[in-house]
Design a protein around this ligand. Structure first.
Ligand SMILES: NC(=O)NCCC[C@H](N)C(=O)O
Length: 406
């Protein structure tokens, strides 16, 4: 299956991009957790088992699972010039600015990671000073650094493939991320959509070189005409304006309305999909904590590349009912109990991945919310989540649909 087709949050999922957590998690240390956006250090072996269970659950539902690391390995394995260009960019964006270290890192990768997939995984894992075997008296900075210092930081958030790029309709947004650590992840998206035979030629509606940040966890495909986008810790309203001016007027896109949800700016609610996901034609999960302060805006095209934005003064149910085309029900995370809601939202109880209308993948640990979903007639596919959840993202965050049947 080539190309992109994502015009819904719930239509049968046919193909998805995942990343199996790898050795990048072994370079997380307590001192780096905040900078690298983790709250704890996952046990890699178990995180991988849980992730494999996630992939197996998706395959069991007829979904083709492809891995970001394999796609990227295809790209750099097919063309040495592209590989070398990637290594140079990866080095530059890892904040390596001296010619000496640029050369040392390039030689290190080329000499030790001849296999393209091993090289891709190494770029995700990060590099310590003592791996490089440099003469530390060649530079003052090396002499004063610890041998275990990371010369290149790991990218531990890569298993949240939802965020660095976002497939919309038949196109893609390559995002500019809020944080330095996650912005490096978007390099893989840039190369895959530019060079991979399954994705080359995909129209691009947002560039990682734009000035404003926007992340895929904030982008929900309500239908072929409507996107819901969070204004959040991770997504600036200016980025939504920029996207609107492109996507409304690109002939490959049918999007003509963006609903911007202004959610509270907090770590717990970092993206719209941490508090709100669609699970059936007429059902959404929602964290009750956002209901009070939620303001929704509508953005539409007015011609000549211009847009119009206006606040919608109505309840969330009424707004969704209008755009979904039928009355909707909002199912509260934690079943409405405040403590259960806060605990389970923290572990992504509202962050479900819909594989077809009424069937969702959820974290097993959120038993209060899961029981409520089952009561409402939703079929839940539970996956283990003791370690994966330490990265603060659930099944929707861990997946980027490439194809949904329409
Ligand atoms: N869509 C999502 O909410 N993704 C989860 C991202 C978690 C990651 N640790 C982050 O802070 O970016």
């Amino acid at each position: 299956m080539k190309g992109i087709n994502v015009k819904s949050e719930i239509a049968p999922l046919k193909k998805v991009i995942l990343h199996r957590p790898g050795r990048e998690l072994l370079n997380l240390t307590p001192a780096k957790l905040e900078e690298l956006l983790f709250d704890d250090i996952p046990f890699l072996k178990v995180a991988q088992q849980e992730h494999d269970a996630f992939a197996a659950a998706l395959r069991g539902e007829g979904v083709e699972v492809v891995y970001l690391e394999d796609l990227m390995a295809d790209v750099i394995g097919a063309d040495e010039a592209v590989r070398d260009q990637f290594i140079a960019q990866w080095t530059r964006e890892a904040n390596i600015h001296t010619e000496m270290y640029t050369n040392i890192l390039r030689d290190y990768l080329l000499e030790n990671y001849a296999d393209p997939k091993a090289m891709v995984e190494k770029t995700m894992e990060g590099v310590t000073l003592n791996e490089l075997n440099v003469d530390r008296s060649n530079a003052l900075v090396d002499l004063v650094s610890s041998a275990t210092e990371m010369v290149v930081n790991p990218m531990p958030n890569l298993y949240f493939t939802r965020d660095p790029f976002a497939n919309v309709g038949n196109g893609v947004m390559i995002n500019r991320m809020y944080s330095v650590t996650r912005n490096r992840e978007t390099i893989y998206g840039e190369y895959i959509y530019k060079y991979h035979p399954d994705f080359v030629g995909t129209p691009q509606y947002y560039s990682r070189y734009n000035a404003f940040h926007i992340e895929g966890g904030d982008v929900l495909n309500i239908n072929e005409h409507t996107l819901a986008i969070g204004i959040s810790q991770r997504t600036e309203p200016d980025a939504i304006d920029e996207l609107a001016k492109v996507i409304f007027y690109d002939e490959t896109s049918s999007i003509d309305t963006i609903l911007a949800f202004d959610i509270p700016n907090s770590r717990a609610f970092m993206h719209l999909d941490t508090v709100f996901t669609q699970i059936d034609y007429d059902k959404f999960t929602i964290h009750p904590g956002i209901m009070g302060p939620l303001t929704v805006f509508e953005i539409t095209p007015t011609g000549n590349g211009k847009i119009h934005a206006t606040e919608i003064h109505d309840t969330l149910e009424n707004i969704l009912t209008k755009y979904v085309g039928q009355p909707v029900e909002l199912i509260p995370c934690g079943g409405g109990d405040r403590i259960a809601a806060e605990r389970e939202q923290w572990n992504d109880g509202s962050n479900t991945l819909c594989v077809r209308p009424g069937t969702v993948v959820v974290y097993e640990r959120n038993d209060v919310t899961n029981a409520v979903l089952t009561d409402k007639g939703i079929r839940i596919i539970q996956i283990p989540s003791a370690e994966l959840s330490r990265g603060r993202g659930g099944p929707r965050c861990m997946s980027m649909p490439a194809w949904r049947e329409f």
